[in-house]
Ligand binder design. Structure first.
Ligand SMILES: Cc1cc2nc3c(=O)[nH]c(=O)nc-3n(C[C@H](O)[C@H](O)[C@H](O)COP(=O)(O)OP(=O)(O)OC[C@H]3O[C@@H](n4cnc5c(N)ncnc54)[C@H](O)[C@@H]3O)c2cc1C
Length: 381
């Protein structure tokens, strides 16, 4: 058995991104994927164009729709529209297309792929990781990247990630026509889903429909009831939506994302935005950063991988800490949140800027704090 530099468990967005960057720097990498090469993906496919920063090839050819307007509503009424005028628009992709494209790029760069390889055992002995599949196949590697998504058991096994994992209950489906959703327009509906929101994202000739509830791990989402109300407003028939429910692991606090020769990326690292369920950008960002840190480590330039955790905290976690606070207040009092938050003249634009990656929750929180301090000091003087 030849020794790999890195074994990557999971061939989704985060795993393929890590694999591409490692393989393109000549590292011996293999993706271990439990499904066949094109598994079904449960995802809305909304993604900031800022993700382009992490790839040397163009992603635009696989984008179905470039969003210029974001429409918000409360129980299908009280609508507000924000224009996305910044430099990083919001893209809608078909997840199966994005993942297949990233996988092709990784394979083209020299990465290997083992499909139907469901990892059931992961151990370290004499500084080598030993990975076993359900069918008994075994792989050995100097390092391992955990990219197997929201149900990953490995963070707990190796005492990584947040102490208390948090989950959103979600549903995602696709409808094979566009209804009356405007061109280049994404819709966010905040009044119909308890402690969460519903969305409609346009594809070329289809629409991705979804919903998520964010505060309570145990709540089962009332999909049919919500579709009955949401879809007619989009000129669509509720019976047309075929989809699936899924528990999505969301960001719940700063945590250690690396051990010795082991890194967590994407949903396995609990990176998904707890307010807007944005998980693709952190999946791609963590894949890029994980590969960068692993290359230094494999080449003996650094003795540990701690800088990966630090970088992810700085570039993503600090914003998510504010996203979590905003989510907890907004989804507990959504009607007030919608009136005072979304309907503020500048708010839709700010939310749109978060989606497009132009601003972070941290930037917005700092602005609000500065404004409050300024108001306070000018009212005292
Ligand atoms: C309903 C819904 C809608 C969403 N909409 C959006 C959106 O619009 N925009 C956005 O940015 N994010 C969205 N997200 C979040 C986004 O989908 C995730 O953050 C993203 O998929 C994370 O990618 P990943 O590679 O970490 O995990 P995944 O995409 O889950 O990939 C994990 C891979 O690991 C494999 N695997 C699992 N277990 C094993 C095992 N034991 N052995 C080997 N392989 C294994 C799986 O088969 C899979 O291929 C949504 C999520 C949900 C649930």
């Amino acid at each position: 058995m030849t020794l790999l530099d890195v074994a990557i468990i999971g061939g989704g967005a985060s795993g393929t991104t890590t694999a591409f960057h490692l393989a393109s720097k000549g590292k011996k990498v293999c993706i271990l994927e439990k499904n066949n090469s094109s598994p079904e993906r449960i995802c809305g496919g909304g993604m900031s164009a800022a993700v382009q920063n992490w790839f040397p090839f163009e992603l635009l050819p696989i984008v179905d729709e470039v969003i210029r307007n974001v429409e918000f509503s409360w129980c299908n009424t009280d609508k507000v529209v924000a224009e996305l005028s910044g430099s990083s628009p919001f893209w809608i992709v078909k997840r199966e297309k994005l993942d297949a494209f990233l996988l092709d790029q990784a394979l083209f760069s020299g990465c290997d792929l083992l499909t139907t390889f469901e990892v059931v055992d992961l151990k370290k002995a004499s500084n080598i990781w030993h990975i076993t599949a359900l069918d008994g196949r075994q792989i050995e590697a100097r390092a391992v990247v955990i990219a197997d998504g929201s149900e990953s058991p490995w963070p707990k096994t190796f005492n990584l990630g947040p102490n208390q994992q948090k989950f959103a209950s979600t549903f995602s489906g696709r409808i094979k026509r566009r209804g009356n959703l405007g061109n280049e327009t994404a819709r966010f509906e905040f009044g119909l889903v308890k402690n969460g929101f519903a969305w409609a994202f346009p594809l070329k000739n289809e629409v991705n429909i979804g919903m998520g509830t964010f505060l309570d791990n145990t709540t089962s989402i009332q999909v049919n009831e919500i579709l009955q109300s949401f879809l007619p407003d989009l000129g669509l028939d509720p019976t047309e939506a075929i989809g699936h429910k899924k528990k999505l692991r969301i960001w719940s606090g700063h945590s250690k994302l690396n051990g010795e020769g082991i890194l967590l990326v994407g949903d396995a690292a609990s990176l998904c935005d707890p307010f807007l369920a944005e998980g693709l950008r952190p999946a791609l960002m963590s894949g890029f950063e994980a590969a960068k840190n692993l290359i230094y480590w494999l080449d003996g330039e650094v003795s540990c991988l701690d800088s990966y955790t630090k970088t992810m905290q700085k570039k993503w976690g600090n914003s998510m800490a504010w996203g979590k606070r905003i989510s907890q207040v907004f989804y507990r009092f959504p009607k007030v949140g919608y009136q005072l938050g979304v309907k503020r003249p500048t708010a839709p634009k700010r939310i749109a800027q978060i989606l497009s990656g132009e601003m972070s929750y941290e930037d917005i929180a700092k602005r609000v704090i500065k404004r409050l301090l300024f108001q306070n000091s000018s009212s005292k003087s």
